[in-house]
Write a protein that binds this ligand. Structure first.
Ligand code: ADP
Ligand code: MG
Ligand code: MG
Length: 368
């Protein structure tokens, strides 16, 4: 849905902003929400980021925004303690005139407004070990600042990265085999089943509390980190998916996406694999911040988490293929199967490099 400038002005009129509205332009290339840059006249008033939230993906925007307020309040307190600028080093939610952290319009669409953080740099992808280091440091710092936040967040994405729930879905889809695809897939199904016990053994440690529940970001792409002009991590943005879970999910998912030398759906499997130099860069950056708070169990399973999350992705693509392509958007009949095979190739590459990954984790935990 495209909005006219006059409609957007009316929406902003429901928030308390400083200064006089100058212009509103479509902004950035986020894939989930529609984002606008809201400029006010003159130098003395701040600019803003307006978002039309994606309610197909997010069913509980009030819950989401309540989580974000708790997280940003905690971050701001930490930034102040360290003598930093809480309006640049943490996101600032602007409340609506009725005092809510969002505005719901007559059509039921949800809108949010944040202070715009100016004079920053962003990267669209991490192509070098140095970029990966910066991205790892960003996520590690974010997690470190939130490591002592008390109380769990509202679970706005039930089942997300929950392996017990994934296997329940998996078993149900296999039992149903709704489009008759199962018979062709014995090798692929065995990829999942042969590792099931190992994955559940890990997940039981999360369920028992051996691996602690903390604040996690869940969208660790490098374009969700703002860097200052010197290239230092300034602020992690895009907090829509903050959840209470294991921080290993963030690490594992970042490794899955940062280090892949091919595409997530690469039809050419010879291109797919984990780039050890990128793994090393990300891990060193991450642990430069995170080793201060991670427990021994978390450190022990850090490299494993890359395998865990990549496995989960193989399972989810294959499950969706068997289910008849209901979840992921596909551009060919076998797209989900192509994705399954490409992510499985990555999984094999990660498994083959596990000893070297563990050695890097160990080394990065001990260097001062
Ligand atoms: P999506 O969930 O669609 O990825 P984001 O919240 O990441 O949406 O916002 C899209 C883009 O807008 C970001 O990549 C960033 O460039 C910019 N952006 C978002 N919030 C801010 C902010 N508070 N200050 C500056 N830029 C921002
Ligand atoms: Mg984003
Ligand atoms: Mg997002």
């Amino acid at each position: 849905m495209r909005y006219e400038e006059s409609e957007l002005r009316a929406i902003i009129g429901n928030f308390i902003i400083e200064g006089e509205l100058a212009k509103i332009i479509l902004y950035g290339d986020g894939l989930i929400n529609q984002t606008y840059f809201v400029e006010t006249a003159g130098e003395s008033s701040p600019d803003y980021i307006l978002q039309n939230k994606n309610t197909n993906i997010f069913k509980d925007i009030p819950g989401m925004m309540n989580n974000i307020q708790r997280v940003t309040a905690h971050l701001k307190a930490k930034v102040k303690q360290a003598g930093g600028d809480p309006e640049r080093e943490a996101m600032t939610v602007i409340e609506s005139k009725s005092g809510e952290p969002f505005y719901k319009d007559e059509q039921g669409n949800f809108w949010t407004l944040y202070l715009f953080i100016s004079d920053t740099q962003t990267y669209e992808s991490a192509d070098t070990p140095e970029d990966a280091y910066a991205g790892g440091k960003g996520i590690g710092k974010f997690q470190r600042m939130l490591a002592d936040m008390e109380g769990e967040l509202t679970d706005i994405l039930p089942g997300f990265h929950n392996m017990r729930y994934r296997f329940q879905q998996w078993d149900a889809v296999l039992a149903k085999d709704p489009v008759g695809r199962k018979k062709e897939l014995s090798a692929e199904i065995n990829w999942i089943e042969s590792r099931r016990a190992e994955m559940m053994d890990f997940w039981k440690l999360v369920e028992s509390g051996e691996i602690p529940i903390r604040v996690t970001h869940n969208d660790t792409k490098i374009n969700n980190i703002l860097f200052d002009q010197k290239g230092e991590v300034l602020c992690v943005i895009d907090l829509d998916t903050v959840l209470s879970s294991t921080v290993l999910n963030d690490f594992g998912d970042a490794i899955r996406s940062y280090t892949n030398t091919g595409l997530e759906d690469d039809p050419d499997l010879s291109k797919v694999g984990m780039d050890m130099r990128i793994f090393e860069g990300f891990t060193k950056g991450y642990l430069s911040e995170a080793r201060a708070f991670l427990t021994e169990s978390e450190k022990h399973y850090l490299a494993f988490s890359a395998k865990f999350i990549t496995y989960e992705q193989v399972l989810r693509f294959l499950m969706d293929y068997i289910d008849g392509d209901n979840y992921y958007r596909v551009n060919s009949e076998d797209h989900n199967l192509v994705r399954t095979r490409a992510q499985y190739q990555l999984l094999l590459s990660i498994e083959a490099q596990m000893d070297a990954m563990n050695a890097i984790v160990k080394e990065s935990c001990s260097t001062i």
